[in-house]
Design a protein around this ligand. Structure first.
Ligand code: SF4
Ligand code: FE
Length: 492
C-alpha cells in the first residue's frame, strides 16, 4: 500500500489504542472529539492533496529507498530541488488549512535521524542507519504520520539532564536489556502527537558523558504500552463544544494540536533504537532537526500568512474601506513581510548541501535567519490585520445572539434582528459573512489558531535565543573582520 486518502488516514487512526486525556479525563473516541477533530482534518489534507494530480509534483516524491512514489512528508531529500519543493508544499498546505498540519515534524526527524545515524555508525560501527532505513521503508510503504518528538520538559534550566531533581524531566534509558531498552520521561508540546501512528524520539540538547543515558533516539508506536498523552488546551477551545457552533469558531474545519507525551517505562526493541548512549552525537541530531524545522517555518507560516492577508483584505472590503490608501499600504506591508519569510525558506533550501549519508541538509545559517524572522513578522502581520479589521473583531456578540428569536425591541424586534441591523457593513454584504471573516481573524490572531500562527512562530522549532546562538556560531565574524582589515589596510 502507498498513498492513503484522507478518509483512509482518519480510519487508520481508529485502529490505534492511543491513550488520550483531556480536561482531566480519558477520551475514548478521540477521533470524533470536537476539540481534536479539526487537527485530524488538517493532517488529512496532507493525504488529500497528494491524491490530486495538480499537486503531485510538490506533494509526492520518488523514494530513495524503494523507487516508489511516496508522500513527500515521508521522503529523504535527495537534492536542493527537493528542499525547495518541501517549502512550497508547506506553503500550499498553510494556504489550504490556515493551521499547523503537523506532519512536518516527522519529515524533519527522518532527515535528521537518517544523516546522524550514518555518522554514528561510521564512528562506532553501530547498526543504527540500517535499522532506521528499515523503519522508514515501512513508514513510506504504509504512508504513516510520525511525530518527531524532541522537546523535553527540561525542569531546572540551569541543570544538565542527569543533575535534575527528577530524572524523568528528560527522556532517558532506565534499563538496558538484551532485546532492547526501557525508557521513562516525557516530551512536551508535541505537535500532532495524537494524530501520529508512530513517534520518533530525539534528544533535546547537546550532551556530555554524564548524560549518556539521556542521549537516546528511537521509534515507537503511539499506542505502545506505557505511553499516553495529555492534550494541550488552546485559547477559546471550548467554543468547539458549544452546540451548533459554526461562525464563532472562525476556522471550523482545521486546527493544530499539541500534547504532553508521557513514557512510563516503555519498552523499545533493538530494531527501533537509533541512538543509545552516543552522547557526542546528540548535538548533531538536535542541530539538524532544528535546522530543517526552521526551514519549514519559511513555508507553513507563509501559507497561513497568505490567508491572514486575504482575510484582512476581505474585512476591509466588507467595511467599505478597501480603497483607502492606508488600508492598501498595510496590505502591501503584510505582503512584503510574508514574502520576506518565503525568501528565507527558499534561500536556505537552495543553498543546501549533501550530507555524508547522501540526503540533503539546508544551509544552517540561512535557516536560522529564516526562523528568527518568523519569530517577528507574523506578529506584525497580525497587528496590521487587527488594525484593518477593527475592534469589532473582539467585541461582537455571539452567533447565538445573531440567531436569537428573543424579542427585545419595542416593536417586537428580536435580538437577532437587532444584531443584524447594527453590525451590518456594506449593504450588499450579509452581516453573517462580515461576522465570519472577523471571527476567522479573531481565531487566527488570538483564538485557537493563534497557537499555530503567533506563539508557535515564536517558540516552535526553538525559541528566538536558540537561533541567535546558531547565528552567532555560523555568522563567521572573524572572517568578516579580516575582510574589513584587508580593505582598510590593517596588516594584523
Ligand atoms: Fe509543519 Fe509548520 Fe506545523 Fe511545524 S509548525 S509541523 S512546520 S505546519
Ligand atoms: Fe511547529
Amino acid at each position: 500500500m502507498s498513498l492513503m486518502t484522507g478518509a483512509e488516514y482518519i480510519e487508520s487512526l481508529r485502529k490505534l489504542n492511543t491513550r488520550v486525556y483531556m480536561f482531566g479525563e480519558k477520551i475514548e473516541n478521540w477521533v470524533d472529539h470536537p476539540v481534536i477533530r479539526p487537527s485530524i482534518n488538517c493532517v488529512a489534507m496532507t493525504y488529500e492533496l497528494a491524491q490530486n494530480p495538480e499537486y503531485a509534483d510538490l506533494m509526492t516524491a520518488k523514494s530513495s529507498i524503494t523507487g516508489k512514489t511516496v508522500n513527500r512528508f515521508t521522503h529523504l531529500h535527495q537534492s536542493t530541488d527537493d528542499l525547495i519543493k518541501k517549502v512550497k508544499m508547506q506553503r500550499l498546505l498553510g494556504q489550504k488549512t490556515a493551521s499547523c498540519f503537523q506532519r512536518c515534524v516527522g519529515m524533519d526527524a527522518f532527515n535528521a535521524v537518517y544523516s546522524t545515524t550514518y555518522e554514528i555508525d561510521e564512528k562506532y560501527g553501530t547498526e543504527y542507519n540500517g535499522r532506521f532505513l528499515k523503519f522508514l521503508e515501512m513508514v513510506q510503504e504504509e504512508d504513516l504520520v510520525v511525530d518527531g518528538a524532541m522537546t523535553d520538559p527540561k525542569g531546572d534550566r540551569a541543570k544538565a539532564p542527569h543533575e535534575q531533581a527528577d530524572p524523568d524531566l528528560y527522556v532517558h534509558i532506565v534499563e538496558r536489556r538484551e532485546d532492547g531498552i526501557i525508557v521513562c520521561g516525557a516530551k512536551a508540546h508535541q505537535t500532532g502527537s495524537i494524530n501520529s501512528h508512530w513517534h520518533i524520539i530525539m534528544p533535546t540538547i547537546a550532551m556530555r558523558e554524564a548524560d549518556a543515558d539521556y542521549a537516546v533516539s528511537f521509534a515507537c508506536p503511539s499506542d505502545a504500552e506505557g505511553l499516553f498523552m495529555i492534550y494541550g488546551r488552546q485559547s477559546c477551545d471550548t467554543r468547539k463544544l458549544e452546540e451548533g457552533a459554526d461562525v464563532d469558531l472562525g476556522n471550523k474545519q482545521f486546527g493544530g494540536q499539541e500534547a504532553l507525551v508521557v513514557f512510563d517505562h516503555v519498552f523499545i526493541p533493538n530494531e527501533y533504537i537509533f541512538m543509545a548512549g552516543e552522547y557526542d552525537f546528540a548535538g548533531m541530531m538536535v542541530e539538524r532537526f532544528a535546522g530543517y524545522h526552521r526551514q519549514s517555518y519559511g513555508g507553513c507560516k507563509v501559507g497561513v500568512g497568505d490567508v491572514v492577508i486575504g482575510a484582512a483584505a476581505v474585512a476591509a472590503e466588507y467595511n467599505g474601506a478597501e480603497k483607502a490608501s492606508a488600508v492598501k499600504d498595510k496590505l502591501i506591508e503584510m505582503t512584503h513581510l510574508n514574502e520576506t519569510l518565503y525568501c528565507c525558506g527558499i534561500a536556505c533550501s537552495s543553498q543546501g548541501q549533501q550530507t555524508k549519508a547522501g540526503n540533503y541538509q539546508i544551509d544552517l545559517l540561512l535557516a536560522n535567519v529564516c526562523k528568527q524572522n518568523v519569530t517577528r513578522f507574523p506578529y506584525e502581520i497580525v497587528r496590521l490585520a487587527e488594525d484593518i479589521a477593527g475592534g469589532l473583531m473582539v467585541t461582537m456578540p455571539s452567533e447565538k445572539d445573531f440567531n436569537s428569536a428573543t424579542v427585545a425591541g419595542r416593536n417586537g424586534e428580536t435580538i437577532g434582528e437587532i444584531c443584524n441591523k447594527y453590525f451590518a457593513g456594506r449593504p450588499e454584504v450579509s452581516t453573517e459573512d462580515r461576522m465570519r471573516i472577523l471571527r476567522f481573524l479573531e481565531n487566527i490572531c488570538l483564538g485557537a489558531s493563534a497557537v499555530g500562527y503567533r506563539t508557535e512562530s515564536l517558540h516552535g522549532a526553538g525559541s528566538p535565543q536558540a537561533q541567535r546562538i546558531m547565528i552567532g556560531r555560523q555568522g563567521n565574524i572573524q572572517g568578516k573582520k579580516e575582510l574589513a582589515k584587508r580593505i582598510a589596510g590593517i596588516e594584523k
